[in-house]
Ligand binder design. Structure first.
Ligand code: PEP
Ligand code: MG
Length: 316
């Protein structure tokens, strides 16, 4: 009933056998924070900063960005928030950026590739973020669309230089794991990052070679494909081995069984749309971790997404 639903909002996602996973929200604009917290989010696992750049005719200034980041951090009052640097590519229309027209924008100058190519974007955004960190707690910075060690090392050094210049406190730096190449070398590069956040939307798109927005094929872009579960498993195993935090912020994290599977694989946090939190929490609270773990390890040995779904049906 309604009272129960309200109570649930404040309760942690703890299984019957007493295992807890952090429940976070994905947000696309600052106004969503209040709602996310009201719906039971314990933190913000992914703040997409594209909103600052879209639907306007010129770049947002450093001050404008700083004010926006500060308003979010102040609303959160110290609760953790992972703010992701701009993740834009040739597929989004941002006329004033004068992006080159690309034949395959999803395989083009997207995310961190754009930031490294157009350092003025990176510079302004990082300055605003570090200046925000000087005034508030809780911030982590995350870089999207990472594919190589060199990108990580460059972004780390670049960030650290700005931090020193501004005399800002240390801010954890993490990367999105959303391209198979980085999941496959997660064990090698874990030492360079503070955390991983697995983006199952793009990880699925790039692993299955299906455009996530394809009108005919997107339904087949199934994150339960064992190849994707294997990549997640590799990433989580690497994170654990190197004592790094690992969350998941793609669509799989917002499905009750998906979150269960991810918890079974050992992730520390699932971040989802605020309206998905209730169902995920109540599913986790009704079940046992040992069952999630068994399900997850059986799923890793499946031959197809269909087989994983059959397992899940059995589980239910
Ligand atoms: C993802 O790719 O899974 C993700 C969370 O990032 P976005 O949906 O913003 O690409
Ligand atoms: Mg992504």
């Amino acid at each position: 009933d309604k009272l129960e639903a309200n109570e649930l909002l404040k309760l942690p996602a703890t299984t019957q056998d007493n295992h807890t996973i952090e429940i976070a929200a994905n947000i696309n604009d600052p106004s969503a924070i209040t709602r996310a917290l009201a719906m039971g989010a314990e933190s913000i696992g992914l703040m997409r900063t594209e909103f600052l750049f879209l639907e306007r005719t010129s770049l947002p200034t450093e001050e404008e960005q700083l004010n926006s980041y500060l308003s979010m951090l102040e609303k959160l009052n110290g609760l953790p928030i992972i703010i992701r640097t701009l993740d834009i590519g040739g597929d989004k229309k941002v006329n004033y950026l004068n992006l080159e027209i690309e034949k395959n924008p999803f395989l083009g100058v997207r995310g961190s590739r754009l930031l490294i190519k157009r350092k003025e974007l990176l510079n302004t955004q990082l300055k605003a973020l570090y200046n925000a960190a000087k005034k508030t707690d809780g911030l982590s910075i995350m870089f999207p669309m990472i594919t190589t060690k060199e990108e990580i090392l460059f972004l780390k050094e670049y960030s650290e230089n700005i931090r020193k210049e501004l005399d800002a406190p240390y801010v954890p730096l993490g990367i999105m794991v959303e391209v198979p190449s980085i999941a496959l070398i997660a064990d090698k590069i874990a030492k360079y990052v503070d955390f991983f956040s697995i983006g199952t939307n793009d990880l699925t798109q790039y692993t299955l070679a299906i455009d996530r927005e394809h009108p005919l094929l997107s339904a087949q872009a199934d994150s339960y494909h064992p190849a994707i579960l294997q990549l997640i498993h590799l990433t989580v195993t690497a994170a654990k081995k190197h004592n790094k935090w690992v969350g998941v912020c793609g669509g799989l994290a917002g499905e009750p069984l998906g979150a269960a599977l991810l918890m079974g694989l050992g992730v520390d946090e699932v971040s989802m749309n605020p309206n998905e939190i209730n169902a995920v929490k109540s599913f986790i609270r009704r079940n046992n971790f040992y069952k999630f773990s068994t399900l997850a390890h059986q799923a890793l040995n499946c031959e197809s997404a269909e087989e994983v779904r059959a397992l899940e049906k059995e589980f239910l």
